[in-house]
Design a protein around this ligand. Structure first.
Ligand code: C2E
Ligand code: MG
Ligand code: MG
Ligand code: MG
Length: 283
């Protein structure tokens, strides 16, 4: 019987796997239409000065509203886009949309804001990435420093020289560069010292350990010290509680992104929020 069960289990597992693969293939196919048919959108999560509550930036986060399946998370569709070759087209759409929206807010007297846009390593390594970013900035007549290019440090990095060159070229263009999920993958301090990076983001997994977990505290204190030494801006991601906020402020990290202040919001909701803030200021 044991053998039979084992056999059944194996069959069950491989059919599960098959189903998962089928789902991924279906999503991969659907993604081709998603951009053209306007199923993608951007939400924007405010980054806040934790001491004053002032909004100091926004991170653009891609959303896919699938006609049958509903909202699909970027954690699911970005890796699919990297596999099926759509990532550059998708990334160009995200960048253009974020810049278009930023210009629109500026025209309404609500900006320009500092907007962070995520680039996966695959995108960042793609040929022509710097001229494409330059072209979009020019198209919408934005100040380069209003754009923050977020790259996730990655263990699977093949060609550091190329990455370093791209970072230098972007720097010349005047955009800001941020290292996302800092501390979770491979990062050499020597590279940090030599690269003209502007900002690092403390990953949510370390923030989750606050205010008690000793190793999270140690890592966060080390990252804050690094930021001071290398004169980098610092953003804490995934801050959900007042205890986490208090710890970070006391430890010297001011810029906070997380549900404690705001979740990612639709462009419309961000517009309303900025309008309210501007009106309060005028009073
Ligand atoms: P990320 O860049 O590290 O973005 C932060 C993620 O944490 C976002 O998830 C955000 O919604 C979530 N988050 C922020 N604050 C909190 C909090 O207080 N609690 C919790 N539980 N979560 C919080 P999201 O939007 O699902 O994005 C996941 C990842 O997908 C992003 O991680 C980023 O790596 C990637 N991504 C999103 N949009 C794009 C895009 O346009 N292009 C590329 N290449 N990647 C993207
Ligand atoms: Mg990010
Ligand atoms: Mg992150
Ligand atoms: Mg992340």
């Amino acid at each position: 019987h044991a053998k039979e069960n084992g056999k059944n289990k194996a069959v069950f597992c491989s059919s599960e796997l098959k189903a998962a693969q089928n789902r991924e293939t279906a999503l991969s196919n659907d993604l081709y239409q998603a951009i053209e048919q306007g199923q993608l959108s951007l939400h924007y999560q405010p980054q806040v000065d934790g001491r004053t509550g002032e909004i100091v930036g926004l991170e653009a986060l891609a959303r896919w509203d699938h006609p049958q399946l509903g909202l699909i998370s970027p954690g699911v569709f970005i890796p699919i886009a990297e596999k099926n070759g759509l990532i550059n087209e998708l990334g160009d759409w995200v960048l253009r949309e974020a810049c278009r929206q930023n210009k629109a807010w500026e025209m309404m007297g609500l900006g320009p804001m500092r907007i962070s846009v995520n680039f996966s390593m695959v995108q960042f390594m793609a040929a022509g990435i710097v001229p494409r970013i330059a072209a979009v900035i020019q198209e919408f007549d934005l100040k380069p420093k209003t754009l923050v290019v977020e790259i996730t440090e990655s263990i699977n990095v093949y060609d550091f020289t190329q990455i370093d060159q791209t970072v230098q070229d972007l720097k010349k263009l005047g955009v800001a560069i941020s290292i996302d999920d800092f501390g979770t993958e491979y990062s050499s301090l020597d590279r940090l010292k030599n690269l003209p990076v502007d900002e690092i983001k403390i990953d949510k997994r370390f923030i989750d350990g606050l205010p008690k977990d000793v190793s999270s505290i140690g890592i966060i204190r080390a990252i804050i010290a690094l930021a001071e030494i290398f004169d980098l801006e610092l953003v804490a991601e995934g801050v959900e509680t007042e205890e986490q906020l208090e710890f970070l402020l006391a430890a010297g990290c001011r810029v906070i992104q997380g549900y404690y202040f705001y979740p990612p919001l639709s462009a419309e909701a961000v517009g309303d929020l900025l309008r309210t803030i501007h009106e309060q200021r005028r009073v």
